[in-house]
Write a protein that binds this ligand. Structure first.
Ligand code: 13P
Ligand code: SF4
Length: 350
């Protein structure tokens, strides 16, 4: 039963004490968040992992690229475990490193490397984080995308943004880049399916990737909510489409959404465009406000949800048995390069 699993988890946790930490992303199931030491967004958790000098084990309840982030930023020999290896990020999987590097080479052939700046969204493999370190590029998160993209646009003529076209488009648009100066790179076609002339006239090249969860929100749903009750304010994540972000009262990262709603006055009504576990938790933590999802039916992140009580119990008991499974290790040279790129991003975001 659930109760038995909880007890087995607690038993391993008390056996290890501070030698083992469990981190949970905001999108995790409520029971997983409840049993973890800390919850946060992907960057906060990677930074927390870096401070766990006393721990021997870091159990990361999130998706694969986040566990890689913890392994990259850790400061000791901690073993990082992802309770289910099937917990990937569909968006990160849309940008295969070889495909991105191939695209980069084609772009460089057309415009020259001094004209193009690669920007890797943190939802990506370690190989792509390492790639930007080699090319003078940067990593960004949804919290610092504005600052990083602004810098990149000033540094070089063309910005190459991947994997998420929506975060790239929404961020560049907010900085005043006209839509006509943005182009979509189709990884399945030579030169992204674009004419060379077109590439030369591009300011922002967007990879054709997206988050299927944040694609479940539409501007029509927002219209319906407002028609029923105009008091609702709309807040969305910038991984949503441009139409949704443009129709929202405000848009921003996970951390921004949590803090904006928490700071709003009692009685406020919010319709939120982000993952449902998080929206439900915000609703629970703000009982004096009305919090709903823009689309309450289809917006759980399936891979985040793969981590459940049976997987967490299994992962912890394997550690206790001395046979940790699903250990996430980023190999050299990617590890050192990705660490440099993340450190640079942190310096640039303050
Ligand atoms: P954060 O970087 O805000 O944690 O977001 C991760 C994510 O997967 C958003 O969909
Ligand atoms: Fe990836 Fe989207 Fe899930 Fe976030 S919500 S982990 S971007 S698939």
């Amino acid at each position: 039963t659930e109760q038995e699993l909880r007890e087995r988890i607690q038993s391993v946790r008390s056996f290890f004490g501070k030698k083992l930490v469990v981190l949970a992303h905001h999108y995790q199931r409520p029971e997983i968040v409840e049993l973890s030491d800390v919850r946060g967004d992907s960057l906060q958790l990677a930074q927390y992992a870096a401070q766990q000098t006393e721990a021997d084990y870091i159990v990361f309840c999130g998706v694969h690229f986040m566990a890689e982030g913890a392994d990259i930023l850790k400061t000791g020999n901690q073993v990082v475990v992802l309770p289910d290896l099937g917990a990937g990020c569909d968006m990160a999987d849309m940008a295969d490193a070889d495909d991105v590097i191939e695209a980069w080479e084609q772009l460089v052939e057309v415009v020259g490397h001094e004209s193009i700046m690669p920007v890797t969204y943190v939802n990506s493999t370690a190989a792509l984080k390492a790639f930007v370190a080699k090319k003078g590029g940067v990593i960004c998160t949804s919290s610092n995308a504005g600052k990083i993209v602004d810098w990149a646009l000033k540094e070089r003529k063309i910005l190459f943004f991947y994997p998420d076209q929506h975060l790239g488009r929404n961020t560049a648009k907010k900085l005043g880049i006209p839509l006509e100066s943005m182009n979509l790179w189709n990884p399945k076609k030579p030169y992204g399916g674009l004419e060379k002339e077109n590439i030369l006239n591009t300011k922002v090249m967007l990879w054709q990737g997206c988050c299927p969860v944040h694609m479940m929100f539409s501007s029509k749903q927002i219209d319906t909510i407002r028609a029923k009750d105009p008091e609702f304010k709309i807040i969305s994540h910038p991984e949503c489409s441009m139409e949704v972000v443009d129709k929202s009262d405000c848009a921003g990262s996970t951390d921004f959404i949590v803090k904006t709603i928490a700071a709003s006055p009692a009685g406020s009504k919010w319709a939120v465009g982000t993952e449902l576990n998080l929206v439900n938790r915000i609703a629970k933590e703000n009982p004096d406000k009305t919090i709903v999802s823009i689309n309450p039916f289809m917006c759980l992140c399936g891979t985040m949800n793969r981590i459940d009580l049976p997987h967490l119990t299994w992962a912890l008991e394997q550690i206790k048995a001395g046979t940790p499974k699903n250990v996430i290790t980023v190999q050299e040279p990617d590890r050192t390069l990705a660490k440099q790129a993340l450190a640079r991003m942190l310096e640039m975001s303050v």
